[in-house]
Write a protein that binds this ligand. Sequence first.
Ligand SMILES: NC(=O)c1ccc[n+]([C@@H]2O[C@H](COP(=O)([O-])OP(=O)(O)OC[C@H]3O[C@@H](n4cnc5c(N)ncnc54)[C@H](O)[C@@H]3O)[C@@H](O)[C@H]2O)c1
Length: 293
Amino acid sequence: MGIELKKIGVIGAGQMGSGIAHVCALAGFDVMLSDISMDRIESGLASINGNMARQVQKGQISEADRDGALGRLSAAPDIDMLADVDMVIESAVENEQIKRKIFSQLCPILKPEAILATNTSSISITRLAASTDRPERFIGIHFMNPVPIMELVELVRGIATEDETFELAKGFVRKVGKKMAVAEDFPAFMVNRILLPMINEAIYTLYEGVGSVESIDTAMKLGANHPMGPLQLADFIGLDTCLSIMQVLYEGLADSKYRPCPLLVKYVEAGWLGRKTQRGFYDYRGDVPVPTR
Ligand SMILES: NC(=O)c1ccc[n+]([C@@H]2O[C@H](COP(=O)([O-])OP(=O)(O)OC[C@H]3O[C@@H](n4cnc5c(N)ncnc54)[C@H](O)[C@@H]3O)[C@@H](O)[C@H]2O)c1
């Protein structure tokens, strides 16, 4: 069932979905961006516009590249509008039930040969694939944040993923100009299996009063040469996403060392999700971020 990837559907127009749509459109794919409301799609398109304008300003892309890419991007407020895409990349919230529901709506309308990919940070590719009508054409294509800047994509095959799907995904990753690392299908794969326990530990360090937000971030920037502190990074990823990944690690590996820090749980319960809600371990409402503890 050969297919050439020309038209890509992206589901979820948040920070990751809009970034994925951005790099796909710049790489020459036609892209349809979908979300639960036209408002969210418009806000995703506005951030793509802003980010491409910055790339033009920095001389990374030409105005013609930008105009061409924007011309290849369109909104799909109704999921049925994705009927003729060659591949869908699902990048909605990190919640298995929501992702399954999206696949159940999507599968009946997609071409049988279309590829289904997910940008999940942690959830089992095999399990998600099994909820679809095409586990052999299902794969994890895990981009990093911010997508236009970060070089890596993790590719994760489910147990049923066919070689053809894997080869198509590899070609796609090369075409969007990214490097790939292949991970086995274990909870949180490679990058987040290593990164999230460190972030969770930084939150425990704060929770237990070992240091303030600022001192923990300074310690890791200057003491471990990290480009940004772990709490700043948590805000950047989104605290809801961090919590979901820790829960997947905790449940999937059944080891208490992955227990999500109660302070992380509390921040998410408060709706303090980091940069995207203007408040997390830092408050972003002013000119400069101010630590909240
Ligand atoms: N934030 C990161 O650093 C990062 C990195 C790599 C992968 N991811 C993964 O990418 C995915 C998206 O994360 P994000 O950071 O962009 O989150 P986000 O909160 O910025 O965006 C999520 C988007 O999904 C939309 N959505 C929710 N339910 C939906 C539905 N039923 N149908 C369509 N859209 C729906 C929301 O309206 C929102 O616009 C998650 O699976 C996450 O784990 C995140």
